[in-house]
Ligand binder design. Structure first.
Ligand SMILES: [Fe+2]
Length: 307
C-alpha cells in the first residue's frame, strides 16, 4: 500500500516541474463508453504520450473498430509528434484499449502499473485463460512502480500507484498535468466505483487524498465523464483546487469512514458495465484480442453466474 501522501522527494520533483513545464493536452471523447483519451505532448521536443485509448466494439455483432484510434493517429502525424508512450491507467472494465493498434502505426512503449499481475491473476482464473496467458505483465513494454520518474521529452513526469477502483490503478503526472484514470471524476459527479474484483473503497479514499496533496493548480485529466445532473456538456479537465473545494463525494472535510460508507452504498446500486466481459479479456492482455482458435477465429468468453 502506497504512502497516503506524496513522498517528500516526489513532491520536490512535482513542485519543480509544475512551475514552468506545461504540456499540451488534446482530448478525444468516446460517447459510446464516455471515455476520454488524452494525447499529451511536450511543445519543445514534440515527444507525445497517448493515455487510455479506445477501440470500438459492438457486442451484438462481435465487431471491432478503430475510428477513434485512427483520429488519434492522424492527430499525432498531423502535428508532427513523436509517440513515446502508450500509457494505461488500469485494466478498464468498460471499454477495450486500442493501444496495440496505435502502437503498430506509431511506435512507442506500452505501459501500465506493476500490479497488473494481480489483475491478470484474478481475471486469468475467472476466464480460465490457460497457461498460454502469461500473468507476469509481459504483454506490456514497461511496468511502472509507485514514485517512478520518467521524461516526456524535456518534461519530467512521475507515476503514482493509486489503487482502489482496481488494485493496479496508476496516475501519471506529466509537468503540471495529472492523468488520474478512474479515481476522481468531475467535482459535480464525484468518484469512481470501487466494487470490481480487487477494488477497495478505503484504498480509493487514500489514493484520492494523495492526488489531492498535489499543488492546487495541478490540472487533472479524467478518464470518464457521464455529465452530472444539470450539466449539458461533457467535461474531463479540472484542478486539484476545484476538487478539494467542490467534489461532491470527497471535498476537503469528508473523512475516510464517511466516504467508504457512501461509496459502498452507492456501488451496491450500480449494474455491471455493458462491455465488462470483452473489456477485461482484451485489456488484461494489453489490448490484444484472445488468441485465435484452430479455425482461425477469436472468441470472447462469458463466465456464467460468476460475477
Ligand atoms: Fe475503469
Amino acid at each position: 500500500m502506497s504512502d497516503p501522501v506524496i513522498t517528500a522527494a516526489a513532491h520536490q520533483v512535482l513542485t519543480a516541474l509544475t512551475s514552468d513545464k506545461v504540456p499540451v493536452v488534446k482530448t478525444f471523447f468516446d460517447r459510446a463508453t464516455f471515455t476520454a483519451t488524452h494525447v499529451v505532448h511536450d511543445p519543445a521536443t514534440r515527444a507525445a504520450a497517448v493515455i487510455d485509448s479506445v477501440m470500438e466494439y459492438d457486442p451484438a455483432a462481435g465487431r471491432t473498430g478503430h475510428h477513434l484510434a485512427q483520429e488519434i493517429v492522424d492527430y499525432v502525424r498531423g502535428h508532427d509528434l513523436k509517440l513515446e508512450w502508450l500509457l494505461e491507467t488500469h485494466v478498464h472494465a468498460d471499454h477495450l484499449s486500442a493501444a496495440p493498434w496505435i502502437q503498430e502505426q506509431l511506435g512507442g512503449k506500452l505501459a501500465i502499473g506493476a500490479d497488473i499481475v494481480r489483475v491478470q491473476d484474478i481475471f486469468g482464473k475467472l476466464f480460465n485463460a490457460g497457461t498460454r496467458f502469461a500473468r507476469d505483465g509481459s504483454q506490456f513494454d514497461h511496468l511502472f512502480h509507485d514514485g517512478e520518474t520518467f521524461m516526456l521529452g524535456s518534461i519530467p513526469a512521475i507515476a503514482l500507484h493509486v489503487p482502489g477502483h482496481t488494485p493496479a490503478d496508476m496516475a501519471y503526472v506529466i509537468g503540471d498535468a495529472a492523468f488520474i484514470g478512474d479515481t476522481l471524476f468531475m467535482p459535480d459527479y464525484g468518484t469512481a466505483r470501487a466494487d470490481f474484483p480487487g477494488g477497495d473503497a478505503r484504498a480509493l479514499y487514500r489514493s484520492i487524498r494523495r492526488l489531492l496533496s498535489l499543488p492546487a493548480r495541478t490540472r487533472l485529466f479524467l478518464c470518464h465523464d457521464y455529465k452530472a445532473p444539470g450539466r449539458d456538456t461533457f467535461a474531463w479537465e479540472t484542478t486539484v483546487g476545484a476538487e478539494r473545494e467542490h467534489n461532491v463525494h470527497v471535498h476537503d472535510g469528508v473523512g475516510e469512514d464517511e466516504f467508504v460508507a457512501m461509496r459502498t452504498g452507492r456501488d451496491a446500486t450500480l449494474s455491471m458495465p455493458g462491455l465488462l466481459m470483452p473489456s477485461v479479456q482484451v485489456n488484461m492482455r494489453g489490448g490484444h484480442l484472445p488468441e485465435a482458435e484452430e479455425n482461425g477465429t477469436r472468441y470472447i468468453k462469458i463466465p456464467i453466474d460468476r460475477v
